[in-house]
Design a protein around this ligand. Sequence first.
Ligand SMILES: *Cc1c(COP(=O)(O)O)cnc(C)c1O
Length: 358
Amino acid sequence: MPRPLVATIDISALQHNLRIAKSHAPEAKIWAVVKANAYGHGLERGVRGFAEADGLALIEPENALRLRELGWQKPILLLEGIFDAADLETVARAKLDFAVHCIEQIVWLEQAGLSGPLNVHLKMNSGMNRLGFKPEAYRAAYLRLQAIPAVRKITLMTHFANADDPLNPGLPLQQQMQQFEQGVADLNDERSIANSAADLMHPELKSDWVRPGIMLYGASPGGASAEQFGLKPAMTLSSKIIGVQRVGAGEAVGYGSRFVAAAPMVVGVVACGYADGYPRHAPNGTPVLVNGVRTVTVGRVSMDMFSVDLSHVPGAAVGSAVTLWGNGLPIDEVAHAAGTIGYELMCALAARVRVVDL
Ligand SMILES: *Cc1c(COP(=O)(O)O)cnc(C)c1O
C-alpha cells in the first residue's frame, strides 16, 4: 500500500525526443546526456530509451560503470572527465571517453603510463568561464595530449552559456563560436559543441557530435515551448487528493498562513511535498491538474503535502487524480511559476518517489 505519488516514465517519449534531436542535426552523432540519473528518469530507462544514440554522456564515473553493467556497449563520455588520478585505470578498463578540461588532468594522464587507447575530449573555455582551457592555451594542451602514447583520439569540445538566448549581452553565442574557432584554428578533429538549445535552434553551428539532454526528456531548454519543438514529456508526476477542507472567508491555509481565503472555498490536500522534489518555493497560484482540470496551489508547500483550490473542480474528492507535471501540464510551466527551470524539478525528484514505466 504505497503512497499514491508516482512518476510514470514513457520510454516511447524518450525515443521520440531522440528522433527530434536527430532531425535537427541529421549529420551529427548524438551523445544522449544521462547525468543526474537520466535527469531523474533512471539510468536503466535511459539505456532503453536512447538505444539508438551513438553514445551516452554523464558526469558520475560510478554511473558510467553502471551503464556498462546494464549492457551499454557503445561509447560513454564523462563530461567533466575524472576527478582523481586513481580513476584513470578504471576509465581505461571500462573504455570510457572522458573530457579533459584542466592542466591537472593532463598531468595525471602523462604520469599514468596507461596503454590505452583513450578517447579524450579537450574542452575549451570559449567564454563561459566554467570548465576548460582558454583559446590561447588550447593548442598547447592539445599538443601535450597528442604526445601521450595512450591517447588515440582527441575531440574538440566546448559548451555554450546562452544557446537559448543568442543575443545575451553577457556573452553572445556568436562571440563564443568565434573564440572556439580561433582556439581550434587548423585542427581537423571532430567537434562536439551543441547542447539541446544549440541543437534545436542553431543548425548553422556545424558539430560532429551534439549533446542533447533536457530535450530528450521532453522539456524545453528555452526559446520556445517543448510542444512547439515537437517534444513529448517523458515523466508524468501524479498523485491523489488525500484530504478536503472547507475554508471560510478570512481563514488561512498551511504553514506561515501564506494564503488567506477571500471567500468560502474548498481546499484539497495533495500527497506530494518538498521531500518528494516538489519545489517548496512554489508560490500560491502554481498550476496543478485535479481530475484533469487546471487549478492552483494555495499556501506553502510542506514536506509531504500541499494544498490546492478545489472550488471549481467538479467532483473533486478524496481519491481524485492529481497531475503535478507531465502529460497535460508541461513541467516548464510549473517550473516557471516556481521561479526555476524544468531541469531542476526533474533532477530533484526524490528517491522516495516510486518511478514506474508507462
Ligand atoms: C548537461 C550537459 C549537456 C546537456 O545540456 P542540456 O541543456 O540538458 O541539453 C551538454 N553538454 C554538457 C557538457 C553538459 O554538462
